[in-house]
Design a binder for this molecule. Structure first.
Ligand code: DMJ
Length: 462
C-alpha cells in the first residue's frame, strides 16, 4: 500500500514537473507580450543594471586586479602581478551597453596601467581569447589606438608559443623572455587563436600572426582520425594524441568554433572545408537521438565507439554553432536538450549524464554557452521561445548567484551553495549575450561581426 502510494506520489510529481516545464516554455506564438519592443527593452535594461551591480562590486573590492572574489569581498590575481583581466574582458560589454562613463574610466585604467612587460608564464589560450580578443574588439568599438598598441605588444610576446616542432602552440609562454612550457595541450587551446591573431594581421597588415595561428589549427585538423574526429589531448612536440576521447565539449569546443568562424570572418576557404568535413563526422559519430532528447555524446576518435553520455555547460555552445552553420533543426533540438539540463535543478550543472539525466559534476561557474546559443537562435528564427529561455536564465542567475556586491559561481547547483568566484567571462560573455538577446538587432550586425570564443565582437573592416 505504502509502495503504491509512493509510486502515485512520484507520478503526480512528475506530471506536475512536466506541466510546469510546459508552462515555463510555451509553444511558439503563445507568448505575445514577451517579444514586443517595450518588453524586450525592459529586459535589456534589467540585464544592464545587473551588469552595473557586478561591475560596481569589482570596482569597490578588486579595482586594478584580475578578478573579484564576491563572497570574501577581495580579489584574485592570476599571476604575481595583475593583468587587468576583468577590466579588459568587460570593456566591450560596457561599450555595447552604452555605459560610456564606466567604459571611459575602464579604458583609462587599461591604457595607463596595463603592462605586458612581465616575467611571468601566461596561459597562451586564455590570454589570447580574453585579453587579445578584448583589446582588439574594444579598439574597434572605441577607436582608441592605445588599445591596439597593447594588443600588438601582447601578440608579439605570445608568438614564441608557436615555436614547437609541429607549430602547434605550447600551453604557457613567458611574456618577457619568450620561454615556453607545457607540451600537453588540446585542440581547443591550440586551435582557437586564429580569430584574434588573424584579425590583428588584417588590422596591422602584418601577415605573421595569421600564418602562425592558422598553421597551428591546420596541424590539429591534419591529425584527425580516419573517421574524421579529433581527440581531447595532444602533445604539441610529438604531435601524438594523448587522449582519444572525442566530443564537442571543453578541450575541443572552440576548435570547431574557430574552423567555422574563421571562414565567416576571413572568408578562409581552407577553414570552410575543414569545418564541413568536421561537422559531417560529428553528425555521423557523435550526434545522439536519445530518449531524453537530442545530444552530442563522447566517443573514441578512432572507432566511433561510445565512451560516455556526458554533456555539459560548455557543450551548450554547440546549438549556436549549428545555427551559424545554418542547421536550425539540430540547433533547436540541441538547445531544447540543454534547456532541460538548465531546468533540472533550476540552474545548470557543469556536467550531466543525459542517459539518466543525473549530475556528473555539480558546480555552475557562471558560464555563458547556453545563453549564447539562445541569442543566435533568436536572431536566426525570431522565435519568442528563446526570449522565454532568456527570462529563465535571468531569473535563475538573480535568484541563486546574485550577492550583495556582485555575482558568485555555485559550488553545488542542488544545494545552491555559492563559491567565492566571479570569472571575467561572466561580464564578457554571460551578461553580454543575455543583453544582446533582448537588445535591438542593430546593436550588433551579425553580417559583419563575428564573436570570438570569449564573446568579443570582431568587425570585418577589411
Ligand atoms: C570562456 O572562457 C570561453 O567561452 C571558452 O571558449 C570556454 N570557457 C569559457 C566560458 O565558459
Amino acid at each position: 500500500m505504502r509502495a503504491l502510494f509512493c509510486i502515485l506520489l512520484i507520478a503526480a510529481e512528475m506530471a506536475f514537473a512536466i506541466s510546469m516545464n510546459a508552462q515555463t516554455l510555451s509553444a511558439t506564438g503563445t507568448a505575445p507580450n514577451i517579444a514586443n519592443p517595450a518588453a524586450k527593452a525592459e529586459m535589456a535594461n534589467r540585464v544592464r543594471l545587473e551588469f552595473l551591480h557586478a561591475w560596481s562590486g569589482y570596482k569597490q573590492y578588486a579595482w586594478g586586479h584580475d578578478e573579484l572574489k564576491p563572497l570574501s569581498k577581495s580579489f584574485h590575481d592570476w599571476y604575481k602581478k595583475p593583468l587587468l583581466i576583468t577590466p579588459v574582458d568587460a570593456l566591450d560589454t560596457m561599450l555595447l551597453m552604452g555605459l560610456k562613463e564606466q567604459a571611459n574610466e575602464d579604458r583609462e585604467l587599461i591604457a595607463t596601467k596595463l603592462s605586458f612587460d612581465q616575467d611571468i608564464y601566461v596561459k597562451n589560450f586564455e590570454i589570447t581569447i580574453r585579453m587579445l580578443g578584448g583589446l582588439l574588439s574594444s579598439y574597434q568599438l572605441s577607436g582608441d589606438k592605445r588599445l591596439l598598441a597593447l594588443a600588438e605588444d601582447l601578440a608579439n610576446r605570445l608568438l614564441p608559443a608557436f615555436n614547437s616542432p609541429t607549430g602547434m602552440s605550447y600551453v604557457y609562454v613567458n611574456l618577457k623572455t619568450g620561454a615556453v612550457r607545457g607540451e600537453e595541450s588540446n585542440p581547443a587551446e591550440v586551435g582557437s587563436l586564429l580569430i584574434e591573431f588573424g584579425a590583428l594581421s588584417k588590422i596591422t597588415g602584418k601577415q605573421i600572426y595569421y600564418d602562425k595561428a592558422k598553421h597551428a589549427l591546420v596541424e590539429v585538423y591534419n591529425r584527425r582520425s580516419p573517421i574524421g574526429l579529433v581527440g581531447s589531448g595532444i602533445n604539441v612536440k610529438t604531435g601524438q594524441w594523448t587522449d582519444t576521447t572525442s566530443h564537442v565539449g571543453g578541450g575541443i569546443d572552440s576548435y570547431y568554433e574557430y574552423l567555422l568562424k574563421s571562414y565567416l570572418l576571413f572568408g578562409d576557404k581552407d577553414c570552410q572545408k575543414m569545418w564541413e568535413s568536421s561537422i559531417k563526422a560529428l553528425n555521423t559519430y557523435i550526434a545522439d537521438q536519445a530518449p531524453t532528447g537530442f545530444w552530442y555524446e563522447q566517443v573514441d576518435m578512432n572507432t566511433g565507439k561510445r565512451v560516455s553520455t556526458d554533456f555539459g555547460a560548455l557543450d551548450a555552445f554547440f546549438p549556436g554553432e549549428l545555427t551559424l552553420a545554418g542547421d536550425l533543426d539540430r540547433a533547436r533540438r540541441l538547445e531544447d536538450s540543454a534547456y532541460k539540463m538548465w531546468t533540472l535543478f533550476g540552474i545548470e550543472p557543469e556536467e550531466i549524464d543525459y542517459s539518466k539525466m543525473s549530475i556528473v559534476y555539480n558546480g555552475y561557474a557562471l558560464r555563458p554557452e547556453i545563453v549564447e546559443s539562445a541569442f543566435y537562435l533568436y536572431r536566426a528564427t525570431g522565435d519568442p521561445r528563446y526570449l522565454e529561455m532568456g527570462h529563465t536564465f535571468y531569473d535563475s542567475l538573480v535568484k541563486y548567484c546574485r550577492t550583495d556586491v556582485a555575482y558568485a559561481a555555485l559550488k553545488d547547483v542542488q544545494a545552491k551553495t555559492q563559491d567565492d568566484e566571479m570569472e571575467s567571462f561572466f561580464l564578457a560573455e554571460t551578461l553580454k549575450y543575455l543583453y544582446l538577446l533582448f537588445a535591438p538587432a542593430d546593436t550588433v550586425d551579425l553580417k559583419v561581426v563575428v564573436f570570438n570564443t570569449e564573446a568579443h565582437p570582431i568587425r570585418r573592416t577589411w
